[in-house]
Design a protein around this ligand. Structure first.
Ligand SMILES: Nc1ncnc2c1ncn2[C@@H]1O[C@H](COP(=O)(O)OP(=O)(O)O)[C@@H](O)[C@H]1O
Ligand SMILES: [Mg+2]
Length: 357
């Protein structure tokens, strides 16, 4: 049998009534009626007062604690209600501790569930992306083995196609490794001072052939004679500009024009890359930095992109405590821009800082 506030009040009130009545009984000249009345009155008032006090201070709080603990055991953490802060009642404080513990656990569980869902989605995406080039290379190799190898006309063609698929696979795996390393914070950013104009020219030179093939004209509005020194990771910023320029060449459309502009001020250097191509629809604009997100899936798979380029760009720029911005419309084309910390002059020593992501 568990003792509740009623039972406790009954026992205590009875003890008080008995003690008072006995005291009166032992006092001379007290009429029996008065003794009886005292017993009744002290019992009723004692019972009421003790019951109310016990209920308020004790049992209600203990019941709340029990309920909260039961919910914790049943993992129903959200059903635990927050009690008002009390500094005087220790039971209330225990209750508060339990509810804030439940709160913390609930958010941990939510976070873990989110991460598990994210991981599942990521694995599904990766498998899907890997499947395409593997199947394609496999198809060409098997066709060759099944006899096509003897046909000179198709042999070289099939081998070239298989090699292209394997190249795509290589790009995809490399991009995946980069993104995982950046996210895990395993990549250290090597900050040094270099000229962003010079770097842009190097990237343009690297993509010159590709631009020529697609009849895309690239224009740099800055002159080599006016360097724009920044404090950043050279290799990573090279990767960023290479990704942005390659995208402009691939997606802006044949005959498009790409303009690169670098603006310097005392503390920062702004890099802008704009094209006058087809643009990115507004509904896709906020999602293009997500992993594997492509506006036109079939078209970008033709170009061999992994769908990870802009996601890597975003990570790198954020590791430089900056932000990548995009603006696009079907009439004007697409413009990407970001800013970096300006640096006075190139220094020979390298400052190493850990990535923040
Ligand atoms: N300059 C651009 N013009 C039009 N669309 C673009 C441009 N840059 C990027 N995109 C779109 O954003 C998507 C994501 O780009 P990215 O992450 O580099 O992946 P990938 O190039 O591998 O497809 C591209 O598939 C393309 O649809
Ligand atoms: Mg790309």
């Amino acid at each position: 049998m568990t003792l509740n506030s009623k039972g406790l009040a009954l026992i205590l009130a009875l003890i008080i009534a008995v003690i008072t009545t006995t005291a009166l009984y032992l006092t001379p000249n007290v009429p029996d009626r008065a003794i009886f009345l005292t017993f009744i009155l002290s019992f009723i008032s004692g019972f009421s007062i003790i019951r109310v006090m016990a209920e308020l201070l004790f049992f209600k709080e203990i019941n709340n604690i029990y309920k909260a603990l039961e919910n914790v055991q049943d993992q129903k953490l959200t059903s635990i209600t927050q009690t008002k802060k009390s500094y005087f009642n220790p039971l209330k404080r225990i209750n508060q501790e339990i509810s804030s513990y439940a709160d913390r656990k609930q958010s941990e569980i939510d976070e873990l569930k989110k991460m598990a869902a994210f991981r599942r989605e990521f694995i599904a995406d990766v498998s899907h992306e890997l499947k395409t080039p593997i199947f394609s290379a496999q198809g060409f190799v098997h066709t060759l083995l099944d006899g096509a190898i003897d046909n000179e006309a198709v042999r070289e063609n099939f081998l070239k196609k298989a090699a292209k698929s394997l190249d795509r696979l290589d790009i995809l795996v490399q991009d995946l490794m980069t993104i995982t390393q950046i996210e895990k914070g395993e990549i250290n950013m090597h900050f040094e001072s270099f000229d962003l104009v010079e770097l842009s020219i190097e990237v343009m030179d690297q993509l010159e052939k590709k631009a020529h093939q697609k009849q895309v004209k690239i224009q740099l509005l800055n002159s080599k004679d006016h360097p724009a020194y920044v404090s950043a990771d050279y290799r990573r910023i090279y990767q960023v500009i290479l990704n942005l320029l390659a995208n402009a060449i691939d997606y802006a459309g044949t005959g498009a024009e790409v303009v690169i502009k670098i603006t310097t001020s005392a503390k920062k250097v702004v890099f802008e890359l704009g094209d006058n191509g087809i643009g990115i629809p507004e509904k896709d604009l906020s999602r293009i930095f997500e992993r594997f997100y492509r506006v036109d899936k079939s078209r970008s798979q033709e170009t061999g992109g992994s769908g990870l380029g802009l996601s890597i760009v975003k990570h790198i720029i954020e590791s430089h405590q900056s932000k990548i911005n995009v603006e696009s419309s079907s009439k004007k084309g697409t413009k990407f821009w970001f800013q970096l910390k300006a640096s006075a002059a190139p220094k020979s020593e390298t400052i190493i800082a850990t990535s923040t992501t």
